[in-house]
Design a protein around this ligand. Sequence first.
Ligand code: SAM
Length: 335
Amino acid sequence: MSRPPLVRMGLGVLRQRLSGAPRPINVMISLTDRCSRRCDYCAIPDRRSPEPNTVQLLELLTELRRGGVHRVGFWGGEPLIRKDIGELLAHTRDLGLWTSMVSNGDLVPLRRDALTKLDHLLLSLDGRAEAHDRQRGPGSHAKVLDALAVARELGLGAWTLTVLTRHNLQDLPWLVELAEGSGHKAAFQVLHHPEALDDGRGQTLAPSRASLLRALRFLLDARRRGRPVANSRRQLQHLLRWTELGRPPTWMDPASPPCAAGTLFINIDTNGQMAPCSLLVGASGLPNVLDGGYQAALQGLPPPPCNQCVATAFTEYNLLFRLDPGVIADWVRDW
Ligand SMILES: C[S@@+](CC[C@H](N)C(=O)[O-])C[C@H]1O[C@@H](n2cnc3c(N)ncnc32)[C@H](O)[C@@H]1O
């Protein structure tokens, strides 16, 4: 696994802070809404948004690099469902963009050639077979384990990514042991916007506060003992304090630097719409990169209406981009 360009990203942060203008160094791109799975907590495959074609995406990636972006994260839907994924990854590699991807693993064996151009693969794994297949469909657990094996053969850095729900908290020790045994890292994220899932699905998936607290304490303790938990200690402390207090902890208060969504990281949705982050997709007044290009969209991007977040990745970015020494130490040690 290649290391993310932490020094170049750090310089990018300083440059943005000096200018004050939005200059993202990290861009998440949803490549498709199509997916081989229908997971309990995800409604993306139901959207069926139009997708940019290969040429539009290649041009966009070139423009991102020219605009100072260092890291790209592909997600969706299932990004490996796109037949042009090899071409897109070859292009990000040629441009010198460090590229990560979130996948359910189903198509990893089929796309192994394309994946040789990827820097980092996040494979969604929601616990042992029972909990995982319950949330992500029959047979999907075996496929993720196959995908992990293929990633190892390719020498590709792969992490697992687990959404914490009521059904899988008992499997956290197993997930950390699996990571120890196979030499990868295990990342964890809380359930987002459960209220937005129809049929009340979100409410049945959300863990109780007491069990989430126990889970977060377990992960923080594992992290402190040097076990392969990918979340930084600061990020886990943030989630834990938030859950304990029922509100954001003071060190992430509005008095502290604002959320870097829209300035240092952004999200580009399947239909080309730019949002400060993936949780703000669909907000009103968002620009589209397919209309006038990346730079024009960035100029028209409204700031996020919020400043606090339990979303794992965004808290991690915010701590990292404010150059929090504890988070930088965890990242440098890990990579
Ligand atoms: C939307 S999926 C897309 C990539 C790929 N199809 C997959 O399953 O990994 C990206 C990640 O978001 C997670 N996810 C989906 N819905 C979520 C939700 N409501 N809250 C938290 N994480 C969620 C998935 O488990 C997965 O790890």
